[in-house]
Design a protein around this ligand. Structure first.
Ligand SMILES: C[S@@+](CC[C@H](N)C(=O)[O-])C[C@H]1O[C@@H](n2cnc3c(N)ncnc32)[C@H](O)[C@@H]1O
Length: 220
């Protein structure tokens, strides 16, 4: 495993972003883990507790439905959604991330796939009752964040939900950060695109020092 160097990491990501190749580096984070999913530095290795809370509240709904997990990483959230009764497709642009998921969960019911949010299979459009994204918009730059939001919305079936979990910041602050947290105006883009806000939580996580986050739920 390569030791994680935050300064070198940010420099590397910025160089891809400056070359307008915003997704060209993701696979390297997974290959650096040399086959051990525990060594992927951004993986929490446990499902997002706010996702679990939402799934618990929605467990009584009559149909589980189809769910899709964007940028699924090493799979903890996809497995939790599957355990809650959804038919889950989970994809990542990194082939190595998908390989790690398949090795980690050999008996999974989740359909893990290599795919690009910006060029997903046509038959996915408007097909999912639950679209889940955690920490993917924030690792993209500029126009790709808007493209990612629009692409996520295009996956939603009528009356479907989008759950967005991300780092947050105050408008005008941390503007050069990598990852770049979302501010309220940016995340409200889901509302400007015609979705209704079902719930919105701003909270500080349990890291030291703690990092502000949003967990938002929108409905078509
Ligand atoms: C910061 S990681 C978060 C991973 C996971 N969701 C988690 O919370 O641990 C962002 C993920 O999005 C994936 N990703 C980035 N751009 C993507 C795209 N255009 N299509 C699919 N996956 C993408 C990356 O490969 C990476 O696994």
């Amino acid at each position: 495993m390569k030791e994680f160097d935050p300064i070198a990491y940010k420099r590397m990501v910025k160089s891809y972003q400056d070359d307008d190749d915003p997704t060209g580096w993701f696979d390297s984070i997974y290959t650096d883990a040399e086959g051990n999913y525990r060594d992927v530095f951004w993986a929490d290795l446990t499902p997002n507790p706010y996702l679990l809370e939402w799934l618990e509240k929605h467990a009584s709904e009559p149909r589980g439905g189809n769910a899709i997990v964007i940028g699924c990483g090493v799979g903890d959230d996809a497995e939790a959604i599957s355990a809650a009764g959804y038919e889950v497709t989970a994809f990542d642009i990194s082939p190595e991330a998908i390989r790690l998921c398949k090795n980690r969960y050999p008996n999974t019911k989740v359909n893990y796939l290599i795919a690009d949010l910006f060029d997903y299979p046509l038959q996915w459009a408007e097909s999912y009752d639950l679209v889940y994204e955690c920490n993917t918009i924030q690792v993209l730059p500029g126009k790709y964040r808007i493209k990612a939001r629009d692409s996520m919305i295009s996956l939603l079936a009528p009356e479907g939900y989008i759950l967005v979990s991300c780092r947050s910041r105050m408008k005008g602050e941390q503007e050069d950060d990598i990852p770049l947290p979302l501010d309220k105006q940016e995340i409200d883009g889901f509302i400007r695109c015609g979705l209704s806000e079902e719930s919105f939580l701003a909270y500080n996580d349990t890291q030291l020092p703690s990092v502000p986050h949003f967990f938002a739920v929108y409905k078509r």
